[in-house]
Design a protein around this ligand. Structure first.
Ligand code: HEC
Length: 245
């Protein structure tokens, strides 16, 4: 009964989530696999390289990430830490928040819980939705986060894309979003870029809920346990009924 009520509540929230995408843009499915450690490791490397200059993940420590992702200490130090932080430290931002608020007009928020607050599909689509816009101070805009203050930091990988919109009506700048066009290629092909941001999204999902990887592993053990128990119960039944038949 209780779960039914929760289900109804979730259904009630759906239209709001769809609306939150803004500008009529539909969210793309992130299609992540948080149980895939290699994907999390690639995501961590990209995230620590491209995002920690501005964003903190202050509810997480480097050491916990290293342990969960199966990275030995030296490798973790090398591939996750680009400041003078120690392995036991919280993942803090390299730049003081006041300075970055001055530069961007908005302080970059802590990203520990973002994948849960916004949802993984939103994060994935956001990282795929920066487009060139001369009227913006950063030179880019974002379809799911209009007038965002964040520059397109992954441009060396993706390149630059332009957005097509339907003509604006009633004095609006533009109408509904229609699609992107890659105007300058980056280091990655579009398919490789999708994989890269999928890995980043998976890592952010892990950060928001580190227990989920362990829960998946635990789930497998529980299933294995039930299977073994089932076999034993069956054998036991055979044993009991042997003399009856
Ligand atoms: C140069 C600084 C900078 C870098 C580097 C950067 N960001 Fe941002 N980011 C920002 C700023 C500033 C905002 C706030 C935008 C706003 O509120 O308009 C932001 C906002 C966001 C948001 C939206 C958060 C929310 O819920 O409102 C996400 C998600 C995000 N960044 C992800 C990333 C990821 C992933 C990376 C690395 C690939 C990254 N950022 C790198 C500056 C940066």
């Amino acid at each position: 009964m209780k779960s039914l009520r929760h289900g109804m509540l979730l259904l009630g929230l759906l239209p709001m989530v769809a609306f939150a995408a803004g500008d009529g843009a539909t969210l793309q499915s992130a299609n992540i696999d948080v149980g895939n450690t290699a994907s999390l490791q690639r995501g961590a490397r990209l995230f620590h390289n491209y995002c920690l200059g501005c964003h903190s993940v202050e509810y997480m420590r480097y050491s916990r990430v290293a342990e969960d992702l199966g990275l030995p200490p030296e490798l973790a130090q090398e591939s996750l830490i680009f400041t003078d932080a120690k392995l036991g430290d919280r993942i803090e931002i390299a730049m003081p928040p006041e300075a970055s608020a001055d530069w961007f007009g908005k302080a970059p928020p802590d990203l520990t819980l973002t994948a849960r607050q916004r949802g993984v599909d939103w994060v994935y689509t956001y990282l795929n939705s920066f487009y060139l816009d001369e009227s913006s101070t950063t030179g880019v805009n974002n379809v799911v986060f209009p007038d965002v203050a964040m520059p397109h930091v992954l441009w060396p990988l993706q390149g630059w894309q332009a957005a097509r919109f339907a003509p604006g009506e009633h004095g609006a700048d533009h109408g509904a979003f229609e699609g992107f066009e890659l105007v300058e290629a980056g280091q990655l092909t579009p398919g490789e870029y999708d994989d890269a941001i999928r890995d980043i999204t998976a890592y952010m999902s892990y950060l928001a809920e580190p227990m989920q990887t362990q829960r998946q592993r635990l789930g497998l053990w529980v299933l294995a346990f039930i299977a073994v128990l089932g076999v034993l119960a069956y054998l036991l039944k055979q044993e009991y009924w042997k003399d009856v038949h």
